[in-house]
Design a protein around this ligand. Structure first.
Ligand SMILES: *Cc1c(COP(=O)(O)O)cnc(C)c1O
Length: 371
């Protein structure tokens, strides 16, 4: 078979090449000053991210998993406390709960692949302390009913917005709905650094102070140790790269939305597929498309067909939902999530794709279904 085009699922080298000399300049500047830990670039990045999101506090941390763990620590999750989260997420959401002593309670997703408010409602118990909506694929869950449930039962909301920097629900940014929200800057994320990185956002001064101490061995702004903490700092070198990339982040979001609109235009008529909602200008949801996760008839065959023709796809999170891994969480009944995992596929979605790449993916999928 002749592969007429290679469209890798992701393309790290191409993304580096695009701005190689600028990146090297940023790195050289930081290295030449020996500004490695808790330096100016970190403070600047936190400030710029807070401005970008319109939130009060941003704290750079080691990665998205630790961001969640610190946020759970900051609200004093105790052994036996239940925390509700979707099964359709990365293991980090649940492990953050597990390692703070809480009990992850898994719930179903809906056809939008986001946490299902009805499923949350059914899972609230006497022991529930918090809900962790996961703002998956650069999109947001329907936050109105979730906020309502939290209010009704006096629960905290901690959002796992690892995949959703800049995504909005009713004009409010992902990560800002509850007491705290987390982001990941893992290299393949919307805003990716050159290694591990993450952030926590909050509008609550008291929680921010707690998080500030937790991040750096319990030390305050004067370097004085005032209680227990840990090391969960975001490297200044990574912060410098992130601060540089943040300057043009809005362009990346626009490009992702363009690609999503192209997929919609090229594939929207195929009844064999369920596509994510297309980007809209003034709707409830402003989506930033970390991933373009579709459901497809004959998913496994489609995946092979695309691979043979040069198109890389993946099934998210290792092709299993959390309750399907050996984590002792297999007692939850989650029919829609199971259906999603039989049908879901991520199409290439990143800013190094050109229009011809996207058209080729569309044509190849249409060919598979005989169109
Ligand atoms: C990437 C991701 C995380 C973890 O982030 P790291 O920075 O890799 O620790 C957590 N939750 C979700 C949904 C993610 O996609």
């Amino acid at each position: 078979m002749v592969i007429s085009r290679e469209v890798p699922f992701f393309n790290y080298p191409a993304l580096f090449k695009e701005k190689e000399s600028e990146y090297m300049g940023v790195l050289r500047d930081v290295l030449s000053r020996g500004a490695y830990i808790l330096q100016q670039e970190l403070t600047e990045f936190e400030k710029h991210t807070a401005e970008f999101l319109g939130v009060k506090h941003v704290l750079g941390v080691a990665d998205g998993t630790n961001a969640l763990m610190l946020a759970l620590r900051a609200i004093d999750i105790r052994p036996g406390d239940e925390v509700i989260l979707p099964s359709h997420t990365y293991v980090a959401t649940a492990s953050a709960v597990h390692y703070t002593g809480g009990i992850p309670i898994l719930v179903d997703c809906g056809p939008d692949h986001m946490i299902d408010p009805d499923s949350i409602r059914k899972s609230v118990s006497e022991k529930t302390r918090a809900i962790m909506p996961v703002q998956l694929n650069g999109r947001t869950a329907d936050m109105d009913p979730i906020m309502e449930i939290a209010k009704e039962h006096n629960l905290e909301i901690i959002e796992d917005a690892a995949q959703a920097l800049g995504s909005r629900f009713k004009d409010q940014p992902a990560g800002s709905f509850g007491i705290a929200g987390s982001f990941s800057f893992y290299p393949a994320k919307l805003l990716g650094c050159f290694g591990d990185g993450g952030a926590i956002i909050t509008n609550d001064d008291e929680i921010y102070e707690k998080l500030f101490l937790l991040r750096d061995h319990g030390r305050n702004r004067d370097g004085e140790l005032v209680g227990w903490g840990t090391n969960c700092r975001l490297d200044n070198l990574q912060a410098a790269i992130l601060d540089f990339k943040l300057q043009t982040y809005n362009e990346n979001i626009l490009r992702r939305r363009e690609v999503a609109a192209m997929y919609q235009a090229g594939l929207g008529d195929l009844e064999e597929l369920l596509l994510p909602p297309p980007p809209v200008e003034h709707g409830k949801h402003f989506d930033v498309y970390q991933n373009y996760e579709i459901e497809a008839e004959e998913r496994d065959k489609l995946k092979v067909f695309l691979r043979e023709r040069g198109v890389g796809t993946i099934i998210q999170f290792g092709a299993k939902a959390l309750h399907q891994y050996p984590l002792g969480l297999d007692h939850f009944d989650l029919p829609y999530t199971e259906r999603v995992y039989q049908r879901a596929l991520l199409l290439p979605m990143h800013v190094a794709l050109d229009n011809d790449d996207v058209e080729y993916v569309i044509e190849t999928i249409r060919a598979f279904y005989g169109r």
